[in-house]
Design a protein around this ligand. Structure first.
Ligand code: FAD
Length: 332
């Protein structure tokens, strides 16, 4: 096993400087990176521990939004009273992920950058994985691909993104705050993760040496009426086959506004803009919700083992919408 050097960053600038000088990798809770290191998939020579940077606060913004520090643990965010009250879908997504012990270690920054759970990626015994070894091929395409993508995949990769939290953040129009050698920038969460296209080895648009410092949630009063539905093989400790994050602004028996994002279906959290457009300003009927479910998976291309995900995702969208509507006194 290769030895690794380890530094604990004093502050953000120190972390960025260490990464710049030595090409080091940041480590948050280590719950994904260390697993990948142990299996030889990631081989960092130098680690910069950012988990103790003073970036764990969850702060109210003047407009009613929230700024969540990148080092806040998944538990801290999932159980935060303001998150529960204003962005229920985010709390539900986090508390449906992993286990208590893992959530106590895992950070917001690390959660966004966790790698796919595609078993062909995670097991080096499989020779062909363009994400692990660009240009080597994709064993998943003709392999056992029950868990894989039905939307936005490419001929080079059909992996899905595993994060529950990121799906809720996609629905909430979150912004990712980054700081790196070239300064600070913000990227909308929906543009932060990439589709695989010709470069599945690149999961996100983050640049070398950039640190995630925070996630910002804009004010969205109707996010109080939100829900995360995760469909999985076991009731706990399992990644999503399909998941749905919804927030609905109700106007009597109609939808004034809505946000819908899907997980477990693509290389990135999948924002269902077509379904949202279909629902906006419409009277709620069972037929409308069914059409929204269909629109959410428009263009889906199933593989040998995962055609079931299309109907599962349609039904999950309908059920998540029904749950929010009924909880708020609506009928459907
Ligand atoms: C058994 C098991 C079950 C799980 N189940 C689920 C589940 O159901 N749902 C789910 O969503 N997740 C699940 N997870 C994944 C878990 O959520 C992630 O492992 C965790 O969120 C990663 O956070 P971390 O802080 O430990 O990241 P780390 O492992 O420390 O880092 C992950 C990556 O992010 C980079 N990084 C970390 N912080 C920063 C930063 N601030 N800026 C830039 N780069 C950074 C690291 O360099 C590394 O590449 C599971 C994990 C395990 C082991």
């Amino acid at each position: 096993m290769q030895s690794i050097s380890y530094d604990r960053a004093r502050d953000v600038n120190h972390a960025i400087e260490l990464a710049r000088q030595h090409g080091a990798k940041f480590i948050g809770g280590g719950t994904n990176l260390l697993d990948l290191y142990k299996s030889g998939i990631e081989q960092p020579l130098r680690l910069v521990d950012v988990s103790r940077l003073a970036l764990s606060a969850i702060e109210e913004l003047p407009d009613g939004g929230l700024r969540i520090g990148a080092m806040a643990t998944n538990t801290a965010v999932g159980t935060d009273p303001l998150v529960r009250q204003r962005y229920r879908v985010l709390s539900e997504a986090l508390l449906n992920g992993a286990t208590t012990q893992l959530r106590n270690m895992a950070t917001v920054g690390g959660n966004l950058l966790q790698r796919t759970r595609c078993h062909y990626f995670n097991d080096p015994a499989f020779a062909h994985c363009n994400k692990r070894d660009p240009g080597s091929g994709c064993d998943a395409i003709d392999g056992h691909n029950r868990m894989h993508a039905i939307l936005g995949a490419s001929e080079h990769c059909i992996a899905t993104h595993p994060s529950d939290m990121a799906v809720a953040l996609a629905a909430l129009d979150a912004l990712v705050h980054l700081q790196g050698p070239d300064g600070e920038r913000q990227v909308p969460l929906v543009d932060f993760h990439r589709l695989p296209e010709d470069h599945p080895e690149q999961d996100t648009v983050i640049k070398p040496g950039e640190l995630i410092t925070a996630v910002e949630l804009p004010a969205m009063p109707f996010a109080r009426n939100s829900h995360y539905l995760k469909v999985r093989d076991r009731a706990s400790y399992a990644f999503a086959l399909v998941s749905v994050a919804v927030a609905v602004d109700l106007d009597g028996g109609a939808v004034r506004d809505v946000r819908i994002a899907l997980g477990g279906v693509a290389h990135k959290p999948w924002r269902a803009l077509g379904a949202e457009a279909l629902l906006r300003s419409q009277a709620i009927t069972p037929e409308l919700l069914a059409r929204a479910g269909e629109a959410a998976v428009h263009g889906a291309q199933p593989r040998k083992d995962n055609a079931f995900k299309i109907e599962l995702a349609q039904r999950a969208v309908v059920r998540a919408l029904q749950t929010v509507i009924r909880k708020n006194g609506g009928q459907v």
